[in-house]
Write a protein that binds this ligand. Structure first.
Ligand code: ZN
Ligand code: ZN
Length: 128
């Protein structure tokens, strides 16, 4: 019986740790929650669900978006669809999924949205 509860505690702790890290908790804070959950599941798990899972000041962001914020403004463009700042080299807006740079359907070379045909192989651009 003891083994089973330990196993459940470990699993819950593992989940809490991953969840906390995913929500932008510091490593120490995530470990604290996970450790608490492991040893006092009944107390810490409800506590974590109530307090720990509140969205932190920074909303949950993907690595890609953090990457955008670290990019100098001059290397970014505005998405014509949602006007969020995205990296110039992005082929697709991570916010709204707008295709920023379509690729040529024939030769796969990067195309400008304004181009009506591929300048490399003369294939007409697909209508989007
Ligand atoms: Zn967009
Ligand atoms: Zn082409």
């Amino acid at each position: 019986m003891m083994t089973v509860s330990l196993l459940i505690g470990a699993l819950a702790a593992y989940w809490v740790y991953n969840d906390a890290r995913g929500r932008g908790h510091e490593l120490s804070s995530a470990l604290l929650w996970a450790g608490g959950t492991m040893f006092a599941l009944i107390i810490f798990l409800p506590l974590y669900l109530l307090l720990g899972r509140k969205p932190s000041l920074k909303p949950h962001r993907s690595q890609e978006i953090i990457d955008i914020e670290a990019t100098p403004v001059e290397e970014t463009i505005k998405c014509p669809m949602c006007s969020m700042r995205v990296k110039e080299e992005f082929k697709l807006c991570p916010y709204c999924g707008f295709t920023l740079k379509p690729a040529c359907s024939s030769c796969g070379k990067e195309m400008n949205r304004e181009w009506r045909a591929c300048p490399y192989c003369q294939t007409p651009a697909e209508d989007k």
